[in-house]
Design a protein around this ligand. Structure first.
Ligand code: CMC
Length: 394
């Protein structure tokens, strides 16, 4: 139900405040429905591919066979990254988080393709293709470089999802694994006005270049309350360790008012439909590649959370809950889970970038000032020492 606001009403986290009119996607949080451009996520997961879904999101319609082939060919052609970007990554600390490396690299693309022409469809198309094509290559390249290896060149024989898995290992992935990974990308491609999409739209509204738009969205996605939760889920399952430990863990979290990672959502008050699909995919993958003991811990956690707070507060698994287990079975290291979320979400961010350009008015909200007025300037000698200013080591 849409809440009507008075003009000066303030809501923490802008909860329930519409920030844009959009045709890109729709969520019904009470019924657990997600649609991209009007098509249910379950149908896209079953029948579409990530690239076709990206086309749907960005251009607003399903492509014809010819349009899809052209789009795939362009993306395949642009997968390689310039050696400058590779060399720049070699200067990054290997201990740095891959999301930070990705944010920096995405922004750096703007240095190479800086001719901004937002009213030129060819410029828009080239930016869309380059970003979709190069972001996976940059994620894989940083992963190889931090291990002391040269990046693996993209393999033109492989589709988008399979090529990414290949660039992490230099081995052709199992076809089922690649197909499941492609569905994971489709599931993460878009999700209405979340924090990173809002960030993308705010940045887009200044008419800056699309690489800056994606870089700001990547930085926003990185936080543990947003895309970073999938990595935290795996750490949490490992910390819990066994099915018997689940109940005491949940009790401890609730007693300490600590959030349980991978649960809860601003919009969904039922189980996230993507979590249901991901759980099913995880079971398919485990059936082929071997069971994961932490899956049993996860299922028990879902049951116990539902029993304690689920029904009362509408806290159920979100998209991040089962994705980590699935990626781990694919052999992907935990700190690449959020960059993979970003690889997929680039499609949604670009759709919102394009939409923002068509209706643009720069975002400039207001604030409610709650500070002081008319204070005197205190002379240095009379100032009081701050008890907790923090320290910085040399
Ligand atoms: N574990 C325990 N209690 C929770 C959780 C949780 N994961 N999520 C919400 N609650 C409780 C919360 O304590 C509060 O209780 P009370 O009303 O008694 O104070 C109530 O539910 C409402 O929570 P909220 O934090 O006010 O809700 P929000 O809409 O501001 O936050 C959220 C949504 C996703 C940030 C939050 O549920 C959370 O921090 N979850 C854990 C992190 C996570 O899994 N994030 C991924 C989100 S989905 C994908 C994405 O956006 O990237």
């Amino acid at each position: 139900m849409m809440m009507i606001m008075t003009s000066n009403e303030f809501r923490d986290g802008l909860a329930g405040v519409p920030a844009a009119k959009s045709r890109v996607s729709h969520v019904d949080g009470e019924k657990g429905i997600l649609e991209y451009r009007g098509i249910r996520i379950e149908e896209l997961a079953e029948k579409s591919s990530f690239i076709e879904t990206a086309y749907l999101l960005i251009w607003g319609k399903l492509p014809t066979q010819e349009e899809l082939e052209d789009f795939e060919t362009e993306i395949r052609y642009h997968r390689r990254i310039k050696y400058h970007i590779r060399d720049m990554m070699k200067c990054f600390p290997g201990t740095g988080h891959p999301m930070d490396a990705l944010q920096t690299s995405a922004a750096a693309l703007g240095l190479f393709y800086s001719r901004r022409a937002l009213d030129n469809p060819n410029y828009i198309r080239a930016a869309v293709v380059r970003l979709l094509a190069k972001i996976p290559t940059m994620v894989a390249a940083f992963h190889m470089i931090r291990k002391g290896n040269d990046p693996i060149q993209p393999n033109d024989d492989l589709n988008y999802a399979a090529n990414f898995l290949y660039m992490l290992t230099e081995r052709r992935p199992d076809p089922l694994a690649a197909q499941i990974f492609d569905v994971c990308l489709t599931l993460h491609a878009e999700h209405t006005m979340n924090a990173s999409t809002f960030s993308a739209r705010v940045t887009a509204s200044t008419l800056t270049d699309p690489y800056a738009v994606i870089a700001s969205a990547v930085g926003t996605l990185a936080g543990p309350l947003h895309g970073g939760a999938n990595e935290e889920v795996l750490n949490m399952l490992e910390e819990i360790g066994s099915v018997e430990n689940v109940r005491p863990y949940v009790e401890r979290c609730l007693a300490n008012k600590q959030k349980i990672m991978g649960f809860g959502h601003r919009v969904y008050k039922v189980k996230d439909p993507r979590a249901t699909i991901l759980q099913d995919l995880a079971e398919q993958l485990f059936a082929k590649m071997g069971h994961d003991e932490y899956y049993d811990v996860a299922v028990e956690l879902e049951n116990v959370v539902e029993e304690y707070i689920g029904r009362e507060k509408g806290i159920y698994p979100n998209v991040d809950f089962y994705s980590g287990l699935l990626y781990r079975k694919l052999g992907i290291p935990a700190d690449l889970f959020t960059p993979i979320f970003a690889i997929a979400r680039v499609a949604g961010w670009l759709a919102h970038w394009k939409e923002q350009l068509t209706v643009n008015k720069i975002y400039r909200p207001t604030q409610i000032y709650v500070g002081d007025h008319n204070l005197a300037y205190i002379p240095m000698a009379e100032r009081v020492v701050d008890r907790d200013p923090g320290t910085v080591s040399a």
